[in-house]
Design a protein around this ligand. Structure first.
Ligand SMILES: [Fe+2]
Ligand SMILES: [Fe+2]
Length: 178
């Protein structure tokens, strides 16, 4: 440990930064496997898009005695999932990848499912299941990114915290409805 240099020397840092400037934020020190990171982020993007679609469907279809409050919650979640999708797409571009918005194969790339649900309770349960899938898969991605891509990791950590809030909201709704 005593002999381990703390940082790359300044001369090397400066020289390296001048090479391949077209790669922008992706520098020589980027130690993650960029292709795998982009692939995983595209799966997260597909998951978010499927969640936007499912929540929006639920928002428009919510009816019944508890519908008003629940519909408002569905809409809020839908909008937050859209924000996540945008963040993820932006990061993919930063990494010199291409965000995949192709509807073909969307459900295959997504970890969460698209289930319409017949009743308000079914809808909430399906949304809860989808959140729990996202929570587990994002947690795994976060561990995989580790210190190799701290920016993608922190972005997903922020998104994960919101998915946990969503799951918590949905459980509270189920409790209220008995
Ligand atoms: Fe999300
Ligand atoms: Fe969510």
């Amino acid at each position: 440990m005593a002999n381990k240099p703390f940082l790359t020397d300044i001369k090397t840092l400066r020289e390296r930064a001048r090479q391949h400037i077209e790669n922008g934020a992706v520098t020589e020190g980027y130690s993650a496997d960029r292709e795998t990171v982009v692939k995983l982020l595209n799966e997260a993007l597909a998951t978010e898009i499927v969640c936007v679609l499912r929540y929006r469907r639920h928002y428009f279809m919510a009816s019944g005695i508890h519908a008003e409050g629940v519909a408002a919650e569905f809409l809020q979640h839908a909008n937050e999932e859209q924000g996540h999708a945008d963040e993820i797409a932006q990061r993919i571009v930063q990494l010199k990848g291409e965000p995949n918005f192709n509807p073909e194969g969307l459900l295959m790339r997504s970890h969460a499912e698209y289930v319409e649900g017949n009743t308000l309770i079914d809808m909430i349960k399906e949304d809860l299941v989808a959140e729990r899938i996202a929570i587990d898969s994002y947690r795994e991605m976060i561990t995989y990114f580790g210190n190799d891509d701290p920016t993608s990791r922190r972005m997903l950590e922020g998104i994960l915290a919101v998915e946990e809030e969503h799951a918590d909201d949905l459980v509270s709704m189920l409790d209220k409805m008995g």
